[in-house]
Design a protein around this ligand. Structure first.
Ligand code: AMP
Length: 544
């Protein structure tokens, strides 16, 4: 017997329609490529999105067609998100920070028919234009009538939508239809596509919006620093529309000064981004002796958030840090670190320690850790093993790839192997100790590179730290600590190593420290360990 409720498919268009009707006055503010601020409301956004939808239909865009974007977080990118998915096509957000060869590979692999591109990325497309096999026309996200480019077939976005009607009836279709496509920024091999559905996007937005998720309400002013080209900015454009929360898009300006200015000018209450962004922000606040009183909460994920960062935010700026863990393959949020009822009476220091874990799963995700034989490991906060997940927000296959990726456990249940190594404590808090490729295997025992990195960045003179395995004749691998010092400091190896005393097990102590000017990052801001391993392949550890 079926339930007797009205059948409304969970479509992305419903979120914007809802936002216009019930919170139409809420603002969307964008810092544009030229530095100016653009300001309008959800009501205006919906009108322009409907104009875009009319234009796309006229261009002959069909359900399931892929349309690419190479764009910063701005109102035009927001319109593209909703306009493309709203008519049943697939919004394919391309990460413009990838190498040009990867960008052309991704666009061709997805067979994008049209591209929406910020002015900033036009030179990239000019360079690879000849290699793009499926693109029919490029729309440059600009209002600048004097903008010129060598691109062959292009038009300004504003002229595409200008004469279109602001009336459009969003089509109804199966909620399981594909809505958006994101490629992993794989450090090895070609990037792989993850195809989300309208249903998975809405389910993710519902759970991620909740108090134990990102905790977004209509009263929030949300500053999504995490780029819209990286897993749909962790779902924030959808979540904010669902709640009708004011959005502040930072455009291309993600340095400490620009972010702090936006927080203070627009009175942002909630922001989200990777740790590198926040270390820039904290440094700037420190240097200029500034504060950010409106900010209540910052969600940090994408890489491990160091305990020192959580402490500075809380103690110096009264900002609560909520660490999140996720993956492109998970829509993306898997766990969030919000306290359980039995933890509210912990001291500040105990809370800060706990918050350095990646947290507990959101509704809709199940997780477990297993050993090499596939047996589940206990939730004792000590045993660590490969982290597996399952649930409606987890992918079942990569886009246009036949190879099965899910693994079956002994009960015949299918799971996705995350490639992360983790512990789970009795409260269900998961703690990533490493990517399985990055863990240091010293004499058969595992050392967590993340824990050593977090310890190093707690030193006041350390800006950034990475730990990789270096060859050791006896132990096979030993930790090598690579450090970028804060400018104007004169940190020495011995002082830094002494700092580790009592903070990590003696046998975890790095065997050596190398100071460098800059640590390489992936296109999504993670430390690029493959490059560091290559650079330090022949590194000889000092004999002890
Ligand atoms: P991506 O698909 O680019 O978002 O990368 C996903 C990977 O980033 C995960 O498998 C983790 O290795 C890493 N990651 C994401 N969030 C965290 C976090 N809070 N702490 C540690 N690693 C993280």
């Amino acid at each position: 017997m079926f339930g007797q409720m009205m059948e409304f498919p969970l479509l992305i268009s419903t979120m914007l329609t809802h936002a216009e009707r019930y919170t139409g006055e809420a603002e969307i503010v964008s810092r544009m490529v030229d530095g100016s601020l653009h300001r309008y409301t959800y009501r205006d956004a919906h009108k322009r999105t409907k104009q875009l939808a009319n234009a796309l239909v006229k261009l002959g865009v069909n359900q399931g067609d892929r349309i690419g974007t190479l764009a910063w977080n701005t109102h035009r990118h927001f319109e593209a998100y909703f306009g493309i998915a709203g008519i049943g096509a697939i919004s394919h957000t391309v990460n413009p920070r990838l190498f040009p060869e990867q960008i052309s590979y991704i666009i061709n692999h997805a067979s994008d028919r049209f591209l929406f591109v910020d002015e900033t990325f036009v030179p990239t497309l000019e360079a690879i234009g000849d290699q793009l096999t499926s693109v029919e026309k490029i729309f440059v996200l600009t209002a600048n009538e004097n903008f010129s480019t060598k691109l062959k077939n292009w038009e300004p976005y504003e002229s595409l939508i200008k004469n279109e009607s602001t009336e459009f009836e969003w089509p109804q279709f199966d909620e399981r239809s594909a809505s958006s496509l994101c490629y992993t920024s794989g450090t090895t091999g070609n990037p792989k596509g993850v195809l989300y559905s309208h249903r998975s996007t809405l389910l993710h937005a519902y759970t991620a919006a909740m108090p134990d998720g990102l905790g977004v309400s209509n009263r929030d002013v949300v500053l999504p620093v995490v780029p819209m080209f990286h897993v749909n900015a962790w779902g924030l454009p959808y979540i904010c529309s669902m709640m009708g929360a004011k959005i502040v898009f930072p455009g291309p300006f993600m340095d400490g000064a620009s972010i702090c200015q936006l927080i203070n000018d627009e009175k942002a209450t909630l922001s989200a981004g990777v740790p590198t962004i926040w270390s820039g922000v904290l440094n700037y606040l420190d240097e200029k002796k500034l504060s950010i009183p409106s900010l209540k909460r910052v969600v940090i994920g994408g890489s491990a958030c160091p305990e020192a960062m959580i402490r500075t935010f809380l103690k110096k700026h009264q900002v609560d840090v909520v660490q999140g863990w996720g993956m492109t393959e998970l829509s993306p949020l898997g766990t969030m670190n919000t306290l359980k009822a039995n933890q509210t009476s912990l001291t500040d220091d105990e809370k800060i320690k706990l918050k350095a874990k990646q947290g507990r799963v959101l509704f809709g995700i199940d997780m477990k850790i297993i050993d090499e034989t596939g047996d589940e490991l206990p939730w004792d906060g000590k045993a660590f093993g490969d982290l597996l997940v399952r649930g409606p927000n987890v992918l079942s296959n990569y886009f246009q790839n036949e190879d099965p990726i899910l693994i079956k456990d002994k009960n015949n249940q299918e799971w996705f192997a995350t490639g992360d190594v983790a512990t789970i404590d009795p409260d269900g808090f998961m703690h990533i100790t490493d990517r399985s490729k990055d863990v240091i295997k010293s004499g058969g025992e595992w050392i967590s590179s993340i824990e050593l990195e977090n310890t190093a960045v707690a030193h006041p003179d350390v800006l950034e730290a990475a730990v990789i395995a270096a060859y050791h004749p006896k132990w096979e691998e030993r930790p090598l600590l690579i450090v970028v010092k804060k400018s104007g400091t004169n940190l020495q190896k011995d002082e830094l190593l002494n700092f580790f005393d009592g903070k990590v097990a003696k046998w975890w102590m790095p065997d050596d420290v190398v100071f460098i000017d800059e640590i390489p990052h992936t296109a999504t801001g993670k430390i690029l360990k493959t490059k560091l391993r290559e650079d330090f392949r022949d590194y000889k550890l000092p004999e002890k």
